[in-house]
Design a protein around this ligand. Sequence first.
Ligand code: MG
Length: 254
Amino acid sequence: MIAKTDQEITKIREAGACAAWVLNQVKKAVTPGISTYDLDQIAKKVMEESGAVSSTYGYGRKGNEFPAYMCVSVNEQLVHGIGNKGKILKEGDIVSLDVALNYNGFVGDNTCTVGLGELAEPVKNLLRVTEQALHKGIEQAREGNKVGDISWAIQSFAEKNHLGVVRELVGHGVGREMHEEPQIPNFGVPRSGPLLCAGMVIAIEPMLTLGSPAIKTLSDGWTMVTQDGNYCAHFEHTVLITKDLPEILTSLKN
Ligand code: MG
């Protein structure tokens, strides 16, 4: 596995801080009545002000490039939701905000799912457990551990809490590119997979569902939703593996 140099780590740390800042600005705007397009436009503006470039805008195969500056996914939408003027948020919705950007040549990637107003108890629990599962995974992001230790920590915690674990999408290495090696699945076997070493930077991103974890892609070619239409949640941090405790690069700095 490719460890980053100290110079690269300094730059990824800056990119991570920037991604956290942008995500927080979007998060603060989440309120009933706002459209997912408006949230995307806020991401665009804050990235521009910060000197960052969206990693999602234009991503993908020629002819079907992702057309938005971040991913905004509502309720049964898991990932890759495209901001839409007609999609207005209301009380009781949950919305996943996924911000990946390039700052001075390096990427920061982070996601959170937030609720609007009062949520039903199982939905509240879904958000809580998915965020906790992220931190269970991060705890295992230690030199000498293997990728499977992260995967198992997430899977076992999710299943203990009776949530579905999405298999089709995984976390990933982060650096100059948004998706580098290794893949970080949210399911797996302890003590298996690539060895983790100090200097590696990875995005850990559990995606959990209230019902079945089966997903499908909508006809826009991007938006991924649960097949059963039930709620799903997604939390993500970009994390640096060190000789000691993992460092979350996308935590919000004041
Ligand atoms: Mg990611």
